[in-house]
Design a protein around this ligand. Structure first.
Ligand SMILES: [Zn+2]
Length: 298
């Protein structure tokens, strides 16, 4: 049984402008960011970085076709060494960040969460073996700017990406983001409109309270343009890990190795990287793995 939590206010809303030449998605992911930060016991700066990467992963997956999923892998020189996010077209997400050790973090703090490094996106379709991989350098220290560059490079279309995470008393009070994109046939005015938004992004926070839902964020971003909502989807935190899966992976080490674990008379403890779910295999569970027919009892 997978681990799953559905959220009421966290969602993405996709729209298309009245002219049909601009499309956009706006996302709020406050609840899922707090839930995952708690699960992984992150520091406040780790929580902020995780929330930013959750938004980035959702922006990417919101443009997946049905049945597709993405894996976002960020490796940088800032206060996180790595961020790993899985998300799909159904708005299901899981992920984690690895924070630097307290000894290193002082130095990294001036760099910010990301610094320089690599941003890779792996896009997979369930029924296709060959994934698409896109990689761009992390250059600016700002995830939204680096993601804009990713979009320009992978799709060669004018795109504006924004990601904002607001914290109060070490908790995330608002995690939101958006992507606006010119569609084929967009006029010079449409492209100018998107470029103006890139310049406006630093005004983002003063207006935060006005835009606490994705639909309000879209109204703010598209200003006087009319738009119609094409999809509204609530977010779900979902991790496919389970005790059965852990058991299956232990079985792969072979009977001999399992026998030596049993001989130590200790519990084997395993934490899921993606959701920090804790699995405990007692010696008697380990024995059951030996005796079950699927282990190929010899
Ligand atoms: Zn898990």
């Amino acid at each position: 049984m997978a681990i799953e939590t559905n959220f009421k206010s966290d969602k993405w809303v996709k729209c298309i402008s009245g002219s049909g030449t601009i499309r956009a998605v706006a996302i709020t992911a406050t609840e899922v960011s707090n839930l995952l930060s708690g699960r992984h016991a992150l520091t406040p700066s780790g929580s902020k970085a995780l929330a930013e990467s959750i938004i980035a992963g959702l922006i990417l997956s919101s443009y997946c076709k049905s049945g597709e999923k993405i894996n976002l892998n960020i490796q940088g020189s800032g206060w996180c060494t790595q961020s790993m996010i899985d998300a799909n077209a159904d708005a299901e997400i899981r992920g984690y960040v690895l924070e630097r050790s307290p000894a290193d973090i002082k130095l990294a703090r001036s760099i910010g969460p990301w610094g320089i490094g690599l941003l890779s996106v792996l896009r997979t379709k369930f029924d296709e073996a060959k994934p698409y991989i896109g990689t761009v350098p992390l250059l600016t220290g700002h995830l939204a700017k680096d993601l804009t560059f990713y979009w320009l490079q992978s799709e060669q279309v004018n795109t504006a990406v924004g990601i904002e995470v607001f914290m109060e008393n070490d908790k995330i009070v608002l995690a939101e983001g958006f992507l606006i994109q010119a569609m084929p046939g967009a006029s010079d005015a449409d492209i100018q409109f998107i470029e103006d938004h890139l310049k406006k992004l630093h005004q983002f926070d003063s207006q935060a309270s006005l835009r606490s839902t994705p639909t309000r964020l879209l109204s703010y971003l598209l200003e006087n343009q009319s738009f119609s909502v094409v999809e509204e989807k609530n977010l779900t935190f979902k991790c496919g890990c389970s005790l059965d899966r852990v058991k299956r992976s232990i079985k792969l080490v072979g009977d001999e190795e399992i026998q030596s674990m049993i001989a130590e008379k200790k519990n084997v403890e395993i934490d899921c990287d993606f959701c920090s779910e804790h699995y405990l295999l007692t010696p008697s569970i380990l024995e059951s793995l030996l005796s079950s027919p699927a282990s190929g009892a010899k």
